[in-house]
Design a binder for this molecule. Sequence first.
Ligand code: SF4
Ligand code: SF4
Length: 170
Amino acid sequence: MTKLSELEPGFMHEVANTPRGKGILACIQCGRCSSSCPIARLVDEHNPRQLMETIILGSRDEVLRTKLPWYCLSCFTCLDRCPQGGDVAEVMFAIRNLAVREGNVPDGFAAQAGNLIKTGCVVTPTMMMIKKREKLGLSETPSTATEEVQKILKKTGLDKMMASKRTVKE
Ligand code: SF4
Ligand code: SF4
């Protein structure tokens, strides 16, 4: 829980001013997003309404270090259900983008980003997959435009962001 003196009241507007964050301005805290979210049924920690509240209150550090937005499947059920048309799923993207810029990425996502930077693929084939591919007469790894992918990632600065990664609070 963030101390009162550490709250940043301007944080809601920082989020709203990012390309995907303006849905935060519409939230009236009704809770429909949480009651209809398929992930909230399975993961206690995942509560979209609570994330919106924490952003509105200005708990910047807490929001950017929590794993909550990383559970989101981007199914957009919350957008369909929100009476305000406030797009929680887009706000989840906005928070993840801000968190990555500050080096806060859960280990599993960091590993996938590392694979992407190195090989051009998010998921690299396991030994079992490689053997199955061999049996089917396929090459060891699927062909990817690795150099092109790496060029794009360099332009976006993802390689540098991942180099400064910290661990997100469990
Ligand atoms: S459904 Fe919309 S208005 Fe209600 S809590 Fe979720 S984001 Fe806020
Ligand atoms: S988009 Fe994310 S937050 Fe919204 S309902 Fe789907 S899983 Fe839940």
